[in-house]
Design a protein around this ligand. Structure first.
Ligand code: AQP
Length: 328
């Protein structure tokens, strides 16, 4: 059986990077796999969160997943913290993970930055929790954006270390699925940085909650250059290349087709084309999200149903893991 586990952190508004790099692919994968999608609230608290904002963000992310097309008849959406097996397995896997492996993780280095000594243990051990998230469901495939590739490789290493220690093939080695043509969407303000929820500038990203005016304003203000045509010297123009990728991906055409459509146009022509396609694509999602958010009880029911399904699978794994380890 092929099973998918993936997640998104409730650390703010979901953006176009989360959508194109992850969620849109999750929707497509529902036909070929059993899919479990979690709202990763345990990962969110690796940096301080305000309780009311966290609660709100969990419901917003759930609404966004439904609005983007996750089919609740097929797939489960659940809040990670409600399935205690994630934390339990994370501890056990932490006891099978050499520090040297964690020291190599670039996301920790980037996020902790110069304040390494003050960074929290949870931020450092985040990839071990991610391994637990995946392995507790014995997921075979994990759709992620480029930025999570290294963590996923570590999950495979941890699964291998556990299997070797207990001379078993209990955990499948999860395969990354890095799909689509926008696996690394860049900031609208700086083409060398990925689009991110935690970027201080809201102008760096297009949120799934942005209305048509906000989308138009943000694209208009996106960093430009003064090349006369879109296609010229694209390899050295990260901002133009990023907007072109966004256009192609939202329109569902290849990069070459997108370039052909832009023939003779300058940066502001590309911005206009992108605005139209982004508004057309995102406005039904935003509308549906608003309707769902007006019914928080429904969202909570969706999560409880997902939690029950997730607990059922995770509980079975934990029983077997404990037996293998020698816990009474
Ligand atoms: N810019 C991106 N391009 C493509 N894919 C992306 N993803 C995130 N940013 C981009 C993918 O979205 C999924 C969910 O990500 P997440 O919210 O769990 O964590 P993140 O990668 O840390 O996302 P952010 O927006 O950068 O959040 P903050 O700022 O809170 O750290 C993942 O599959 C990710 O690859």
């Amino acid at each position: 059986m092929k099973r998918i586990l993936s997640g998104v952190q409730p650390t703010g508004n979901l953006h176009l990077g989360n959508y194109l790099g992850a969620i849109r692919n999750w929707v497509k994968l529902q036909d070929g796999y059993e899919c479990l999608y979690m709202v990763a609230d345990l990962h969110a608290i690796t940096v301080p969160q305000e309780p009311d904002s966290l609660r709100k963000a969990v419901r917003e992310v759930t609404a966004a997943l439904i609005a983007c097309g996750i089919d609740l008849e097929k797939s489960a959406i659940f809040n990670q913290s409600a399935v205690s097996a994630h934390s339990e397995l994370a501890w056990i896997l932490g006891c099978h993970t050499p520090l040297g492996w964690l020291n190599r993780m670039t996301q920790f280095k980037e996020k902790a930055g110069k304040h390494r000594e003050e960074a929290l243990l949870g931020l450092y051990s985040y990839p071990v929790l991610m391994a637990a998230d995946i392995l507790v469901y014995k997921a075979t495939h994990v759709p992620v954006g480029e930025d999570q590739k290294q963590h996923l490789e570590l999950s495979r290493d941890i699964a291998g270390a556990f299997n070797r220690q207990y001379n078993t093939e209990f955990f499948p080695l999860p395969e990354p699925l890095i799909l689509g043509d926008a696996t690394r969407v860049m900031s609208l303000r700086d083409g060398s940085k990925k689009m991110s929820k935690s970027d201080e500038s809201d102008y760096s990203r297009i949120n799934l909650t942005d209305d048509a005016d906000a989308i138009a304003k943000k694209i208009k203000k996106a960093t430009s250059d003064s090349y006369p045509t879109v296609g010229e010297n694209l390899e050295n123009r990260p901002e133009a290349a990023n907007l072109l990728t966004l256009y192609a991906s939202l329109k569902g055409v290849t990069r070459e087709q997108a370039l052909a459509e832009c023939a003779g146009k300058n940066f502001s022509g590309l911005k206009q084309m992108l605005t139209e396609v982004a508004v057309a694509h995102l406005s039904p999602i935003t509308r549906r999200m608003r309707e769902l958010l007006a019914a928080p009880d429904y969202i909570d029911q969706v999560l409880s149903k997902g939690v029950a399904r997730a607990r059922n699978i995770a509980g079975g794994t934990m029983q077997e893991v404990k037996e293998m380890i020698g816990f009474l």
